[in-house]
Unconditional design. Structure first.
Length: 638
RNA sequence: GCCGAUGUAGCUCAACGGUAGAGCAACUGACUUGUAAUCAGUAGGUUGCCAGUUCAACUCUGGCCAUCGGCUCCA
């Protein structure tokens, strides 16, 4: 009959009968582990999967990345089962795992609300207690289509129709069954620690022309403790939400009178302007020239640039009131590039002039859809550390290098060790041949490799006029926001008929590179606040030193000390209120002021301060001169 | 824009068909202070806006606005 096969578990070879399940083998030979799945010859499969040939078998524990994903995916199934038993007539669609959890999209008779979640959770717990076996079932495509059709699961039918394979796998638990590739945990009792977190609308297949489905988000962990820890971290992340910090630190606010448009208070404006000053210093080193351009242009400009067709729905249109028809014949700029093209065109250019690097902190306005606005990270009024480089085709690589070096310098200086680079490649709607595109994409990819950056592809996410490098930074809740960008543009020079005279006295078309390093300043400040929890580097702190007086007796000295510090060029104030020191310290700590200089009668007599650092050392006695030296030694990023 | 939720004093929240209340902040006074909240008093609101139901609406209904979580879009 069947001869024995050789399975390797934990480095030991065992002869066994073929057909025995991976789970059974692990139970026998890998004692003490409690896997959720098995890895057979490198492939992760159900524990129930029979092993029919020589194999190396390893346990996949719930703590591993793959195990956790299986756990969450199985929890998504559990949730779908609970939902369908509680809300008859609800169709299932898809339910993938995501970073930190999972979701499942349903087509219910009425959309779910958060009030439904506790009910669903308790149903899920019931199903866990029932210890339902999770079984893999394979069947032919047509058979599966007939099955789901009989269950009135039209979305599943649509999904299977899109699957090329002839056989598909389904998973059954109790009387519930779902199309799924798997693998899954062997039984519902493996799912102990889960929580449903939120509901949301989501379009079928992510297309807003399709039906709006009802999505439920949740998360699952191997243990109660791990789940609690996760929820605790989420709570802490919410404490460093930039919208909350902005209010607490008195940096900015929003008013319904200008949706999506932040008001920067004096302290917020200091951060804003310090960042601009920083970038200006960099510009001097990197060879950029700052310009100032108009805010409002006749629509003719947008027709020429292509924004009229591509971006008009996001533009604020206006008029000077002089045209008799009352037509909106002007547009407020959403981007700086067209005016820079106009500036380039304002003079005859030679190859000797190139590259020309025009930088512009001009204010931009974009009519973002109301539902997309989000604190400082998604606004309608903004400024970028924007620049456009006009260069010859030969100069492209060097210019990309220059900007990548600048990106590296800035993000290192500001303590972002977690930037992510992506290469946005040719979109469906594009100008130019595929061959040209691949060449240009390779130029960007090569530059990133040359500069030692890892990057991922973002397929089809390039601009219609050229590929782009996108740089992302996460916020406190790990949501990624694009900040810096470097984009090649072969279209705008064409549209504006830009030219330069070559060394052979012929006319040639320059290439345009759109780039921003901080990106949108509003967004950058938002992620910077979340990244730092509001504890900004000294040079960015709106208030750098606060002198705290101990009593009225030292008021004059405290005032004098603060004035001296201010005169020396630092942002300082004195807190002379009739309050206890602990109270003033607390307020200064909450305001995230880097240095607190405490002065009492002792200090006044010796012209000293007792220095306290934000969230750091205290009671450091210093003379006023020593304090000034210490402040002067605080580093600028450049 | 779409789905769901929320909107009460400057901030954080309570009350819930019978003309709104706390803590902090503000203001006044006392205290004269040693490294994350001294005490007392005063003032502050057409409960986001507009309609409707009702003898009576912060509370119920509808519309609008804004915000939050997502989707779509995107820096």
């Amino acid at each position: 009959m069947s001869s024995e096969i050789r399975v390797t578990v934990d480095g030991v070879v065992h002869p066994v009968q073929p057909g025995i399940s991976a789970g059974e083998l692990l139970r026998q030979f890998a004692n003490g582990t409690r896997p959720v799945a098995a890895r057979v010859n490198g492939k992760v499969v159900d524990l129930s999967r029979p092993v029919s040939e020589d194999a190396t078998i390893e346990p996949v524990s719930a703590d591993s990345a793959e195990g956790l994903e299986i756990l969450r995916h199985s929890t998504a199934h559990l949730m779908a089962q609970a939902v369908q038993s509680l809300y008859p007539g609800t169709q299932v669609t898809i339910g993938p795992t995501i970073e930190d959890g999972f979701y499942y999209d349903f087509a219910p008779p009425r959309p779910f609300t958060v009030e439904d979640l506790p009910k669903i959770e308790s149903k899920m717990r019931e199903l866990v207690k029932a210890d339902l076996k999770v079984e893999r079932v394979e069947m032919g495509r047509e058979e599966a289509i007939a099955l789901f059709d009989s269950m009135h699961e039209q979305y599943k039918v649509e999904i299977i129709r899109g699957i090329p394979e002839e056989r598909v796998s389904l998973y059954r638990q109790g009387d519930w069954i779902d199309l799924c590739r798997g693998p899954h945990v062997p039984s519902t009792r493996y799912l102990k620690a889960f929580k449903l977190t939120s509901v949301a609308g989501a379009y079928w297949r992510g297309d807003e022309r399709n039906a709006m489905l009802s999505r439920i988000y949740g998360t699952a962990f191997p243990s109660r403790e791990a789940l609690e820890e996760h929820l605790r971290l989420l709570e802490m992340a919410r404490a460093r939400d930039h919208r909350k910090l902005g209010r607490e630190m008195g940096l900015f606010f929003f008013d319904p009178i200008a949706p999506g448009s932040p008001f920067f208070l004096p302290k917020g404006a200091i951060i804003y302007n310090q960042l601009i000053e920083y970038v200006r210093r960099l510009y001097r080193r990197y060879g950029f020239e700052e310009v100032i351009t108009p805010q409002i242009f006749k629509n003719q400009l947008w027709r020429t640039s292509g924004h009229w067709d591509m971006f008009r729905e996001h533009m604020f249109l206006t008029t000077d009131g002089e045209n008799p028809a009352g037509e909106l014949d002007y547009g407020v700029k959403p981007m700086n590039c067209p005016s820079h093209a106009v500036m380039y065109r304002s003079d005859k250019r030679s190859y000797r002039d190139l590259p020309i690097r025009l930088a512009d902190f001009g204010r931009l306005h974009r009519a973002e859809r109301s539902g997309t606005l989000h604190g400082l990270t998604r606004v309608r009024a903004m400024a970028q550390d924007d620049a456009h480089i006009f260069c010859t085709p030969e100069q492209i690589a060097g210019e990309i290098d220059l900007n990548l070096r600048m990106v590296r310098e800035v993000y290192e200086a500001l303590g972002f060790g977690n930037i992510e680079l992506k290469l946005g490649t040719m979109p469906d709607k594009h100008l130019g041949s595929e061959e040209e595109w691949r060449k240009r994409e390779e130029v960007l990819a090569g530059a990133m490799r040359r500069n030692g950056f890892d990057f991922e592809l973002n397929p089809g996410e390039g601009a219609f006029y050229g590929p782009k490098i996108e740089i992302y930074v996460p916020d406190a809740l790990k949501r990624k926001w694009q900040v810096a960008t470097i984009q090649l543009d072969f279209n705008m020079p064409e549209r504006f008929d830009l030219e330069y005279t070559t060394s052979a006295s012929t006319q040639a078309r320059p290439v345009m590179i759109h780039r921003a390093v901080l990106g949108t300043l509003e967004r950058f400040i938002g992620v910077l606040l979340e990244h730092t929890g509001g504890v900004l580097p000294f040079w960015l702190a709106p208030e750098q030193v606060r002198v705290l007086s101990l009593s009225e007796k030292v008021e004059d000295y405290a005032r004098e000390a603060a004035e001296l510090i201010s005169r020396t060029g630092f942002r300082a104030s004195a807190d002379l209120r009739n309050e206890k020191l602990g109270f003033k310290v607390r307020e200064a700590e909450l305001a995230r002021i880097p240095y607190m200089a405490v002065v009492g009668e002792r200090e006044a007599a010796s012209r000293m301060v007792s220095l306290r650092r934000l969230r750091g050392d205290k009671n450091q006695p210093l003379t006023l001169d020593a304090l000034l030296e210490l402040l002067k030694a605080e580093p600028l990023p450049c």
